[in-house]
Design a protein around this ligand. Sequence first.
Ligand SMILES: NC(=O)C1=CN([C@@H]2O[C@H](COP(=O)(O)OP(=O)(O)OC[C@H]3O[C@@H](n4cnc5c(N)ncnc54)[C@H](OP(=O)(O)O)[C@@H]3O)[C@@H](O)[C@H]2O)[C@@H](O)CC1
Ligand SMILES: Nc1ncnc2c1ncn2[C@@H]1O[C@H](COP(=O)(O)OP(=O)(O)OP(=O)(O)O)[C@@H](O)[C@H]1O
Length: 428
Amino acid sequence: MSLEKLMEKFLEQSMEAEDNFYRLEEQRLQVEDKRREEEHSRELQMLQMLGQIFASIRMPSPAPTATPQPSFIPQTNLTVPLARPSLGNRNHPPALIDFASHSQAAGPGLLMEEGDFQFIERSFSLGTSGMDNVIPLVRNTIPPLTSKKHKGQDGRIGIIGGCQEYTGAPFFAAISALKVGADLSHVFCTKDAAPVIKSYSPELIVHPVLDSPNAVEEIEKWLPRLHSVVVGPGLGREDMLLKNAKEIIERSKLRGIPVIIDADGLWLVAKEPSVIQGYQRGILTPNFMEFTRLYEAMHHEPLDSSDHKRSAQQLSIALGHLTLVLKGEEDIITDGKNILTCSQEGSGRRCGGQGDLLSGSLGAFAHWAFSSPSDATKGMNPSLVAAFGATSLTRQCNRQAFHKHGRSTTTSDMIQEINSAFKKLFES
Ligand SMILES: NC(=O)C1=CN([C@@H]2O[C@H](COP(=O)(O)OP(=O)(O)OC[C@H]3O[C@@H](n4cnc5c(N)ncnc54)[C@H](OP(=O)(O)O)[C@@H]3O)[C@@H](O)[C@H]2O)[C@@H](O)CC1
Ligand SMILES: Nc1ncnc2c1ncn2[C@@H]1O[C@H](COP(=O)(O)OP(=O)(O)OP(=O)(O)O)[C@@H](O)[C@H]1O
């Protein structure tokens, strides 16, 4: 046999061996996923039972002298979503965390009693002692970079958004998730937005399906592989796109995938709050305008803007203790029971797209927080920890970018700062 033939044969054999290796590895991962799923569903069942036991112990006792405050009646929803956790996610039991935060005094801050509920405020501005409280929890959830992992383990994030008008927003969100440390970022956008978004970056996986007749089925195929979805950046407000986004949210909920809703996704929530109400892995990231819309949709009265924290808390409660991030001069993060405020120094530059950096990076932080062992967040709701990570990072990026570019600072400049801002906050 000639040397050439020998080489050919050798190459064929080694390719076959490689194929076999990957096939076996895939099988092994499937078995591992199945084992984890079974373990998670057992944990969920136990936690539900525990939840019921706690609930029966904590039935409200009548408080004869307390004056009820009708405008602030908490509409709690302490049920654990009967959802299968997404693959690779260690499940954080929402009910248990709720009970834990009811019963723990939360370090520094203000303790308010409202009827039967305790509202605990923790004001954390980085650079003060507050940082010492939450930043270490964020750190605990960040997966270490080791050589033992395969591609995808640190996060496969899906962005639902991108239409003819808005191609920047989904790009900013998707690239921010990657730059923070997720392994893969998928953008599900309309057909005409896809080539534009692809042309911004070869790093993104772009699916031109959001306006196709079978959009939901096309996207659902990917859901089992996604660790979190961010719905809304650049989605637009066309009825058909909102309808598809709504269906994706519903299907993500069924799989227990963390769902971050921003921008036009919040327009959808204001119209149909039930789409996310009560889902303990849902996080909403409104700016003040979006917040006002949501508040008025839920409370049927104008927002009293004198006390943002209280309003944010009320809205969170009305939405079934969903985590809210009200963005502004200071970011208010609440799940209706705990309030964190992040006033990490940013800058006076308010260019468009900063919110997309926040929601995209939150996609990664949320995956990490929900898939960490529960002691990593020391009983704090993982959504709060993830949101604090994302807001402090966004503000730090803004600060660093402004330092270099001054009034010319744009979101792209902020994205360039993600690595060093991340290091400064979480790795030093
Ligand atoms: N490069 C891209 O592709 C980008 C695309 N983007 C995408 O655009 C889509 C629409 O998003 P949106 O935020 O412009 O819509 P909406 O909520 O109707 O706000 C409209 C008006 O509300 C006001 N307003 C806003 N904030 C406020 C505040 N804090 N406090 C008070 N008022 C405030 C303000 O009103 P004005 O001051 O102009 O009267 C503003 O003009 C969405 O898909 C998003 O992802 C962006 O991500 C940017 C980068
Ligand atoms: N007045 C402010 N001072 C400091 N930081 C701010 C201020 N307002 C917003 N931010 C920060 O900017 C980031 C984005 O918030 P912003 O209100 O711009 O969101 P948005 O309007 O949804 O953004 P987008 O342009 O992406 O739609 C948040 O991290 C928030 O903390």
